[in-house]
Ligand binder design. Structure first.
Ligand code: AMP
Length: 394
């Protein structure tokens, strides 16, 4: 009977899950899926390692399953699938670990209370991340749970990189740059040595270009700077998020448009980015396929901001050995990778178009001074590995 680990990523309206089993020295994926539409039209789907649907269920329109109901269904399903395995614990993706949690932690009531204190720092994500943790602590107190944070990996940033130019009292109270997508960057840092030993030892910028998007400067595999700051809305434009925005714009909107915090929150998180600029879609595929000039502007701005942030992170590193593309757009869009690489020609990136069209993984020529890679990320596996290690069975 081998060990299994359940990974949960809970959002406001969905719970994504992955199930890993211990095989030889490593963890292998067994099942993954989600329950979405938790409060509107709940739908459950589970897929095997090959991507084939192995279980599906739909609740009627208007059913409010909630996180509790979703966990009940998931627990029953997982129990049925694990006849041959022993569930050793659940690993959770938690967006914020503050300054305190520089690594994953086993959860008890005290840790949960500490994590609840970070809700004001990430009000759109943290409460939903914590809901299944609280429910499982109540319902299955004997089940080991581990929290893995999006912020932890960036705690190696030098103090100066974490600082805003605001009064010290506010900095000391926690208003600083935390950085996010840390589990994705940590995973890329963990596989980079297999691909490019020099980049793994040296200076690398990783571009996590998904629905959320950010970039991270790695020095010898450790994060030294990133484009996201106090919240996950800073830095690059994203599917629906603004990215960096002059704070004066917020004041203008309050004074001249009478917008309050909630209206501004909606604007900067849900109505901006690729969707806001194009007025068409937040999905890069749709924009790349469109003839509409507004779609072109959105893609141009996206690439332009990446170009500028790449220069900024290379300056923070004081040099550059490699760039790595990852996440939905980074892994799948040869067109965006090509544009970013061509924009970075001045830095020494020479694209290999055939390799790029073929998904690489190396997409730069052999002669390129700076290597360019396209590598799939795997935040769920990173969480499963952490969970296994924290629970001491590695
Ligand atoms: P993620 O959040 O990492 O799942 O990335 C999701 C985003 O990846 C989607 O919003 C799409 O815009 C983008 N994406 C996925 N496949 C492609 C593709 N073949 N070309 C361009 N963008 C893609």
């Amino acid at each position: 009977m081998s060990d299994a680990i359940l990974v949960l990523n809970a959002g406001s309206s969905s719970i994504k899950f992955s199930l890993f089993v211990a095989r030889d020295e490593s963890l292998g994926p067994m099942l993954r899926g989600q329950i979405e539409g938790l409060f509107t039209h709940p739908r459950f789907v589970a897929k095997d390692d090959a991507g084939a649907t192995v279980s599906e269920k739909s609740w009627g329109e208007g059913t409010r399953l909630g996180h509790g109901g979703a966990l009940d269904h998931l627990a029953g399903y997982v129990r049925g699938e694990l006849a041959e395995h022993r569930l050793i614990g659940v690993g959770h993706r938690v967006v914020h670990g503050g300054l305190e949690y520089t690594r994953p932690v086993r959860i008890d009531a005290g840790v949960l209370a500490a994590l609840e204190k970070f809700v004001p720092l990430a009000p759109l994500h943290q409460p939903h991340n914590l809901t299944p943790i609280r429910l499982l602590l109540e319902r299955q107190p004997g089940l080991a749970q581990v929290a893995c944070f999006d912020t932890s990996f960036h705690r190696t940033n030098p103090e100066i990189a974490q600082r805003f130019a605001i009064p010290a009292e506010l900095h000391d109270a926690g208003v600083r740059r935390y950085g996010f997508h840390g589990l994705s960057y940590e995973y890329i840092a963990s596989v980079l040595p297999q691909h490019d030993a020099q980049a793994a030892r040296g200076k690398t910028v990783v571009l996590h270009l998904g629905n959320g998007a950010s970039m991270c400067a790695l020095e010898a595999g450790r994060s030294v700077a990133s484009t996201m700051g106090f919240t996950a809305v800073d830095g690059l434009p994203m599917g629906t998020r603004t990215g960096a925005l002059d704070p004066g714009v917020i004041l203008y909107l309050m004074d001249q448009r009478g917008m309050d915090a909630r209206a501004i929150e909606k604007l900067i998180y849900n109505q901006s980015g690729l969707l806001g600029v194009s007025g068409i879609s937040s999905d890069m595929r749709t924009l790349l396929a469109s003839d509409d000039s507004r779609a072109k502007t959105a893609v141009d701005l996206y690439c332009y901001r990446i170009r500028r942030e790449l220069g900024s992170l290379a300056a923070a590193l004081g040099g550059l050995d490699a760039i790595v593309f990852t996440a939905g757009i980074g892994e799948n869009s040869a067109a965006i990778r090509e544009r970013v690489c061509r924009d970075a020609a001045w830095l020494g990136v020479e694209l290999d178009p055939a390799a790029n069209a073929d998904r690489g993984p190396r997409i730069s020529t052999a002669a390129s001074r700076i290597a360019a890679w396209s590598l799939p990320t795997n935040e769920e596996l990173m969480i499963a590995r952490h969970t296994q290690r924290v629970l001491g069975s590695a």
